[in-house]
Design a protein around this ligand. Structure first.
Ligand code: GLU
Length: 497
């Protein structure tokens, strides 16, 4: 079968080294879309053979992140499958058997060089200005001698015999044919002295056993790909198609990192991004259907995603665009769904003094007032907390006097608040429209601009200068608390004069 003719089986193969970073998750999204688009299989495999780098709890967090994004898998560490287990540390015999076969065919050899010798070798190479890398000392050792020393229990690693005068050529789906000279490589370790394989050997063995058709992974692995190709060939395995996806850049042109505010997927969840928005954003970060479409549902992406159209040029991570997109998703979400998300946030973030469960009717009433103003769910609590308290702490005088109109007219501000309290107290029908009409009339009577008067009222009633629409908010807060807040504010301001 020619490469690419096999049924599509792709894997997401994270290492348990912490929370999954967005760049890493984008690879998972693309692999998933590719599998779903082609009717293939998507599996998750945990690559935990470097136990020194393991961060406890990573697997759970990785699977949580995938679940949250709505990515499902057909085989994996938690659900098993025809090639279980999907955790490399539980598959050691297979890697050892493969290393044995490579030893038998002399594609690999045992190396007994000690750490001290390797350190000296490196030092000498540095001094001579030579590229670092194993010098091949043990390659010349007769295999029988090496086998006997190993049998006697001498510590050793197994190295793949990579360096020679030949070349290695392979296809990358996005980049075409790549050819490298084998003399640029050294004989790299495939089995460590503790009997654990390195990534190079382990993933090749698993990709064969699991019948992986395409290796989709970040291009930080591109320089190692010739090594992998050689192992596939030496073991007589069919090579999968390689798809090395470009890195994501931060705004300063460097590789995206925490420094640029790049976070793990679970932190985005925490900040109040919705999964559909982050999924959409990451899916098109370096892939495009055309030169204009940016908003895609998951279903639409499954329908149109073409992995061959992933760009080889690194894309730049634009947080503002992600925020914008999240706002779009929030605005377009059915109101009941958004109310539920708001309620969940408020439940978590409102001060403990607010009774739980949080009043659902109230959340339902305020959702339409703030949905246009929120880009992240995490912003909602600070915007609406005044609805949930009996009284707002009286804001500092600067909040009232911050606007130019009132800065030098404290007495006017006090009078404005007092008149507003009286107006609101007397409004015949308690509705936003009636309150507004009465308040406009009051402004006219006092000969102040309506906007200036409303600013005072907004600060008094909501405790903030930026808040949801004033009269709708007043209607929800209720007459008696509104009057009380206006009076308290007038008093507090008078005391500062
Ligand atoms: N365990 C590797 C990583 O997390 C996987 C690379 C691959 O997909 O082959 O980078």
């Amino acid at each position: 079968m020619s490469p690419g003719a096999r049924p599509v089986r792709v894997r997401y193969a994270p290492s348990p080294t912490g929370d999954p970073h967005v760049g890493n998750i984008r690879t998972a999204i693309w692999a998933w879309l590719f599998a779903r688009h082609t009717g293939g299989t998507f599996l998750v495999r945990l690559e935990d053979t470097d136990q020194t780098r393991e961060v406890p709890g990573s697997l759970e967090r990785i699977l949580d992140a995938l679940h949250w994004l709505g990515i499902d898998w057909d085989e994996g560490p938690d659900i098993g499958g025809p090639h279980a287990p999907y955790i490399q540390s539980q598959r050691l015999p297979g890697y050892r058997a493969a290393a044995e076969r490579l030893l038998e065919t002399r594609a690999a050899y045992r190396c007994f060089c000690t750490a001290e010798r390797l350190a000296e070798m490196r030092k000498a190479q540095q001094a001579a200005g030579e590229p670092p890398g194993y010098d091949g000392l043990c390659r010349a050792r007769p295999a029988e001698e090496a086998a006997a020393r190993a049998a006697a229990g001498e510590a050793h690693v197994v190295r793949f015999a990579m360096r020679d005068e030949g070349r290695t050529a392979f296809e990358d789906l996005l980049r075409g044919e790549i050819t490298v000279e084998n003399r640029h490589f050294d004989d790299f370790v495939i089995l460590k002295s503790d009997g654990f394989p390195t990534y190079h050997l382990a993933h090749v063995v698993d990709d064969e056993v699991m019948a992986i058709s395409h290796i989709t992974r970040g291009d930080e692995w591109l320089p190692s790909a010739p090594r992998h190709v050689r192992i596939f060939d030496a073991l007589g395995y069919e090579r999968p198609v390689f798809v090395h996806t470009p890195v994501i850049l931060g705004p300063d042109g460097g590789k995206l990192s925490k420094r640029h505010g790049a976070k793990s997927v679970l932190e985005y969840a925490e900040d109040g991004y919705v999964p559909a928005a982050l999924f959409n954003f990451l899916a098109i970060l370096g892939w495009a259907l055309d030169d204009k479409t940016e908003l895609f549902t998951r279903e639409r992406l499954v329908e149109v995603f073409d992995i061959a159209k992933v760009s080889v040029n690194p894309a730049t991570f634009d947080t503002q665009k992600l925020e914008w997109m999240n706002g779009v998703y929030l605005r377009e979400m059915p109101e009941a769904e958004l109310t539920a998300l708001f309620a969940e946030r408020l439940e978590r973030d409102l001060p403990p003094a607010v009774p739980r469960p949080v009043d659902r009717e109230l959340v339902r009433a305020l959702t339409p007032l703030v949905r246009e103003r929120v880009k992240l769910l995490g912003e909602v609590t600070a915007l609406v907390d005044f609805f949930f308290a009996d009284d707002v702490p009286t804001p500092a005088a600067e909040e009232f006097l911050g606007s130019k109109r009132w800065r030098d007219d404290v007495a006017g501000a006090v009078a404005g608040l007092g008149a507003s309290a009286a107006t609101v107290e007397g409004v015949a029908t308690w509705s936003a429209a009636a309150i507004e009409a009465a308040m406009r009339a009051t402004a006219e009577r006092l000969a102040v601009r309506a906007g200036d008067l409303f600013t005072l009222c907004r600060v008094a009633v909501t405790g903030k200068r930026v808040a949801p629409p004033l009269f709708e908010s007043m209607e929800i807060v209720g007459r008696e608390p509104v009057v009380r807040r206006l009076r308290a504010a007038a008093e507090a301001l008078r005391a500062t004069a």
